[in-house]
Design a protein around this ligand. Structure first.
Ligand SMILES: Nc1ncnc2c1ncn2[C@@H]1O[C@H](COP(=O)(O)OP(=O)(O)O)[C@@H](O)[C@H]1O
Ligand SMILES: [Mg+2]
Length: 468
């Protein structure tokens, strides 16, 4: 059963239940009231009639013993008079014998009714006969003198009360039908309003589960369903982002793998080529040259493997740096010292502008960062001057600036990826593997810092590292 139909059924059920309870109570209350007033009326009229008969008999019968004959002869007359007064059929009994009736007696041998029998004990009594048309029977004893007790019976038609009862029931049925139609329409509108956002959400999740990651629920209401739709939407956003991230990671991995195989092929081909030559030649010079290349290419490959190992070590989440309070100024000066000979070879000088800052870093890794940046500036930019500045502003700001060849905008995007090399340096310089800057980035990341490369072709490069 659909939610919409459940809501409608529930509303209709509640309405019917309410109408039946209310209808029964109201019908019973009004009917009881009618019966009570009828009883009161008959009690009054009964008392009055009893007195009337008594007075009549006493006035017509000067002697006590004449009372039976007076009543017997006037019973029909008395009943007729009382009928006009009380507005119902009146009967007069003496014991089991019916003496007078305000209406014609159709079946002469009628059973004596229970309420009449009660009057034999000098008690008033009543009885309501159920049926299509109910009848209220009421009886009072009439004592005349000391010796005679007659019974006076009223047969009161309850047609009016019955009509009222039936009208009340009819009114409730009519109201019930009217309200049902109204409720049906109202419930349909309400349930549509409630279920529509659920339906929309359902459709959105259905589309999403079939792979349409753009699918979003329309948030129509501010209620729980609206909240659920909004939650679904933000979940869908997160899933979409995650999928995009996974795709990006996958692409990066593929890029890494492609580059790795490409890089490793060249030295391996060189090594195999010279090894092959060794088998074939007896020439001393060729042998020496072959051995030289095999060794130097082997060393280069070893260096790359070391770089790769280091990168993988840094990328490992569980790997922790060994941070201690270190004097950054001294670390940078040390790094410059160790690059002294290379700088001399490339005719480059370092200009230092360093504040004396002590910061929590891993000194070995931090020094490696500086060496990598200076090394790049020396060998790739060919800049005659390298400016290194260290300043304290909020955190620590380290800048390594050269004024050499610079890096084009397109290359800047991938510069920090492993094996990325700017095209021109691929040809001009065979020294690096393109791992240096990715190692630098990992080290900076592990320090919780940030690295930015700002460069323009022909103008130089500025690398800014900030530590918080
Ligand atoms: N200061 C710079 N000036 C110009 N090019 C640079 C500079 N630093 C890095 N590059 C370019 O970025 C590429 C990647 O550098 P890096 O990751 O350090 O590789 P490697 O480990 O081979 O030195 C280099 O191939 C080089 O072309
Ligand atoms: Mg480098």
């Amino acid at each position: 059963m659909k939610l919409k139909h459940k809501i409608i059924a529930l509303n209709m059920g509640a309405l019917f239940f309410m109408l039946i309870i209310l209808g029964t109570i109201i019908t019973e209350i009004t009917d009881n009231y009618n019966l009570r007033t009828t009883l009161q009326y008959l009690e009054n009229q009964g008392n009055y009639s009893a007195i009337y008969i008594e007075q009549y008999a006493l006035s017509k019968a000067p002697n006590d013993f004449e009372v039976p004959s007076v009543i017997s002869t006037s019973a029909n007359y008395l009943a007729a008079v009382l009928k006009d007064l009380v507005k119902c059929r009146v009967q007069i009994y003496y014991g089991n014998e019916l003496l007078g009736d305000s209406e014609e007696i159709t079946s002469p041998k009628e059973e004596i009714r229970p309420e009449i029998k009660e009057t034999f004990k000098k008690k008033k009594a009543y009885m309501i006969a159920a049926g299509k048309n109910r009848v209220f029977y009421y009886a009072v004893p009439v004592s005349i003198g000391n010796r005679y007790t007659y019974s006076l019976g009223f047969i009161y038609d309850l047609r009016e009360a019955d009509n009222m009862k039936n009208n009340t029931i009819r009114m409730f049925v009519f109201t019930g039908v009217f309200l049902s139609i109204f409720m049906m329409l109202g419930s349909t509108v309400i349930s549509n309003r409630i279920t529509k956002p659920i339906k929309l959400l359902n459709e959105a999740t259905g589309r999403f589960s079939e792979g349409d990651f753009e699918s979003r629920a329309v948030v129509v209401t501010g209620d729980e369903v609206g909240e659920l739709s909004a939650t679904f939407n933000s979940m869908a956003d997160s899933i979409k982002d995650m999928i995009a991230m996974l795709n990006y990671e996958k692409e990066k991995q593929k890029y890494f793998f492609d580059n790795f195989t490409h890089e490793i092929r060249t030295p391996l081909t060189t090594i195999l080529g010279y090894a092959d030559l060794l088998w074939k030649t007896n020439d001393e010079e060729v042998r020496d040259k072959s051995l030289f290349y095999i060794t130097s290419e082997g060393r280069r490959m070893l260096k790359m493997m070391e770089g790769l190992l280091e990168l993988s070590k840094l990328k490992n989440y569980s790997f922790e740096l060994n941070k201690t309070d270190s004097n950054l100024k001294r670390l940078i000066e040390d790094a410059c010292d160790s690059m002294h000979y290379k700088m001399k070879r490339y005719d480059t000088v370092c200009r230092l502008d360093l504040e004396n800052i002590t910061w929590k870093v891993d000194p070995d890794f931090f020094k490696q960062v500086i060496i990598n940046l200076i090394d790049n500036a020396i060998k790739y930019s060919k800049s005659p001057i390298i400016d290194i500045s260290l300043k304290k502003q909020e955190g620590v700001r380290l800048e390594v600036i050269d004024y050499g060849c610079g890096i084009d905008q397109k290359s800047l995007e991938n510069l920090l990826e492993p094996y990325y090399k700017v095209e021109q340096s691929r040809n001009s310089c065979n020294e690096g593997w393109g791992l240096g800057l990715s190692i630098v980035k990992e080290i900076v990341d592990k320090h919780g810092g940030n690295i930015e490369v700002d460069s323009a072709a022909g103008e130089g490069t500025r690398i800014v590292i900030t530590l918080d």
